[in-house]
Design a protein around this ligand. Structure first.
Ligand SMILES: Cc1cc2nc3c(=O)[nH]c(=O)nc-3n(C[C@H](O)[C@H](O)[C@H](O)COP(=O)(O)O)c2cc1C
Length: 225
């Protein structure tokens, strides 16, 4: 496949900010889950990613592509309504978790979700070490839990788990009992993009719950109308 025409490439040589902080580092972890047994296994066994024969590429170096300013990007992203979840891993005193809104479903076959976690977060390293994580989708009455797991009440590490009942699921990962839905994932793919680790989890269990989903939009935690 050929490269895009030069005039379509958004390039400013003035006010140029190098992209090293936002560049993509190669995958440092790729964990293949064990295929399920039985008749489902053929359908759900993961194959290598399908790649197009050729990927269109900008011919210019990344350092010459101007990205928008941080504040402008933040302002734009405030308009993206997203669900809110607790992503957690570990057992007993080693449990670690954080509030996330950067979570999305990316693929049905195999069933995968994606979450972006700051590399400075303690949970980031714990997930890499354990290779699995639980996702508890929060309800409107979980606002205090969302703030607690974001560290807003000063609690840290395993302390965060003190206020609500949790169980450990089939993968032995922490799941909030009252979650709108709880999912369990094995780490399928990991990649660093700038300040964040992008975790792709392959879902091996899902447990529906009750409640109206908590939504993060324009700096507020709210419910759906
Ligand atoms: C609504 C909301 C959404 C958040 N989403 C994310 C996110 O997607 N990724 C992330 O790294 N941090 C996110 N945070 C911030 C983390 O929850 C926060 O930094 C947390 O203290 C990290 O905890 P840890 O260091 O114990 O892992 C969010 C915070 C809030 C309040």
């Amino acid at each position: 496949m050929c490269s895009p025409p030069k005039q379509m490439v958004l390039v400013r040589r003035v006010r140029n900010r190098p992209l090293d902080r936002g560049g993509v580092r190669e995958c440092s972890s790729h964990v293949e889950p064990r295929p399920r047994q039985g008749p489902q296994s053929a359908r759900s066994t993961c194959t290598l990613p399908h790649r197009p024969a050729a990927v269109p590429r900008f011919e210019l170096p990344m350092s010459e592509i101007r990205s928008i300013e941080e504040a402008e990007f933040r302002q734009a992203m405030r308009n993206l309504a997203s669900g809110v979840a607790i992503v957690a891993t570990g057992t007993a005193l080693e449990r670690r978790g954080l509030t996330v809104s950067s979570i999305t479903s990316i693929c049905i076959e195999p069933p995968c979700l994606l979450v972006g976690i700051s590399i400075s977060s303690g949970t980031h390293d714990a997930i890499l070490a354990n290779g699995k994580f639980g996702v508890s989708l929060l309800a409107i009455d979980h606002q205090d839990i969302a703030l607690r797991f974001a560290g807003r009440d000063g609690s840290k590490g395993v302390q965060k788990f003190d206020t609500a009942p949790w169980d450990q699921g089939v993968l032995d990962v922490p799941l909030l009992q009252s979650a709108v839905c709880a999912l369990e994932c094995v780490l399928h793919h990991y990649q660093v993009v700038g300040t964040h680790g992008v975790f792709i989890g392959r879902t091996v269990a899902a447990r529906p719950g009750d409640g109206s989903p908590l939504v993060n939009c324009r700096g507020e935690l709210r419910t759906l109308p």
